[in-house]
Design a binder for this molecule. Structure first.
Ligand code: DOR
Ligand code: ZN
Length: 420
């Protein structure tokens, strides 16, 4: 019996582009290389397109349940597929927060058969609940050390210490919003510079420093913003995650609430040195921190507007545009968008290898186009990248099923929870 489906063309395998055939059966890659034994469907992608492992976004806020006016799992995961992402890890600051067995079971039941990409859920670390109880249900844990959207702040060394043994024995990752709440100020804010002044980079450094006792714990520092805190986190053996907005934008964005985000956009020099670290390949992975709010909410005065930037549909396409321009190697995309998050969170995904899930994103580097808010699928209805050049995928497969074809979404809600 041959495979159900063969994809023929150039694919990124083992660190390089190879002309090959990828055989897929039951959603898994079953062979790589020319095979005589065929019979199933065949997709020949031609000479100008390339196959990459599907993107894995380790950090999204799909707002479901409780805030579905901002986003829901259907729109969020449609956006994901259209941006080349086939698996997301969803943050727990939903309503109610995903923080105990009941809320996580309810959230799982609600999401079943509603997602177009695969997903995993984070469970929140809170003061008085044991992480051991929720460990079997979640893809990872999330700790908010600084206050932000949602009400699940746990900036308390004794609570973190209490949770640590359970987290270590679960073998799961602790993703951390590393802003020490004690360093945050609450002065009135009129623009991005005020927001930065209220949330200094020392807050990030100190939060990471406070995690230094937990060697042996798989700690992942989310949305890292400075080269200094990156160096500290890496020296402690932590993995790190960066967002496109912290790489691309600085606090010189005036009163535009679109750029209000936590942690805040830093000054130009800080952004430049973070970008250099990214170029050198010293950051483990890229996460969108897709955090949509409604246009109405964002149109309030700066001080009242909620923090967060949507980005799931644009992260990988902007990276592919960097590849097109020759500013980063294709290897960086495959590593930061796929291989690294799969390795860190222990997923059978993230590489084109026999036995892995057949999650594939196919791009044509000749197809550069302008990002337009009218073409985005998020409920946010705005993007700070409007007008930027990007290379969007023209085909995306989730476990062997075509979810996007000729650049058009054609998905089925077949996404599954990676934890079950
Ligand atoms: O700007 C942010 N928005 N930072 C966070 O940590 C949370 C996020 C949200 O959920 O809106
Ligand atoms: Zn976040």
């Amino acid at each position: 019996m041959g495979p159900e489906l063969v994809i023929a063309g150039r694919a990124f395998i083992g660190g390089e582009l190879k002309e090959t055939e990828i055989g897929i059966t039951d959603g898994k890659i079953v062979f790589i290389g020319p095979k005589a034994d065929r019979g199933g469907d065949r997709i020949d992608i031609g000479t100008s397109r390339i196959v990459l492992p599907g993107g894995i976004d380790p950090h999204v806020h799909f707002r479901d349940p409780g805030m579905t006016q901002k986003e829901d799992f259907g729109t969020g995961s449609t956006s994901a597929i259209c941006g080349g992402i086939t698996c997301v890890l969803d943050m727990p600051n939903t309503k109610p927060p995903a923080m105990d067995i009941e809320s996580i079971r309810d959230k799982k039941a609600r999401l079943r058969k509603r997602s177009y990409c695969d997903y995993g859920l984070f469970g929140a670390i809170t003061k008085n609940r044991s992480p051991a109880k929720i460990a079997p249900l979640v893809a990872g844990f999330k700790l908010f050390m600084g206050s932000t959207t949602g009400d699940i702040l746990t900036n308390d060394d004794s609570a973190i210490a209490r949770a640590s043994q359970d987290i270590i024995s679960s073998g799961k990752v602790l993703s951390v919003h590393a802003e020490d709440n004690n360093f945050l100020l609450h002065e009135p804010e009129y623009d991005c510079t005020d927001h930065l002044r209220n949330r200094p980079s020392a807050a990030e450094m100190n939060a990471i420093r406070r995690l230094s006792p937990y060697v042996g714990m798989k700690i992942n520092i989310c949305h890292i913003t400075t080269a200094e805190s990156l160096a500290l986190a890496s020296s402690l053996g932590f993995t790190t995650e960066v967002t496109m907005h912290h790489l691309m934008f600085d606090a010189g964005r005036g009163q535009s609430t679109q750029f209000k985000v936590n942690p805040p956009l830093r000054d130009i020099k800080t952004r430049e040195s973070l970008y250099k670290s990214f170029e050198e390949g010293s950051i483990t992975m890229i996460g969108s921190d897709h955090a949509p709010h409604t246009a109405d909410e964002k149109s309030q005065e700066f001080d009242y507007a909620p923090s967060g930037i949507p980005g799931i549909e644009t992260t990988m396409p902007i990276m592919m545009h960097m590849v097109r321009m020759g500013t980063i190697p294709l290897q960086r995309v495959a590593e930061m968008c796929s291989a690294a998050p799969a390795r860190v969170f222990g997923m059978n995904k993230g590489a084109i290898e026999v036995g892995k899930d057949a999650d594939l994103s196919i791009f044509d580097l000749r197809n550069s186009e302008q990002i337009s808010v009218t073409k985005m699928h998020s409920k946010a209805g705005y993007t700070p990248y409007d007008g930027w050049s990007a290379v969007f995928p023209d085909m995306v497969l989730l476990r062997g099923e075509v979810q996007l074809q000729d650049g058009e979404f054609c998905g089925e809600a077949m996404g599954e929870d990676i934890i079950g």
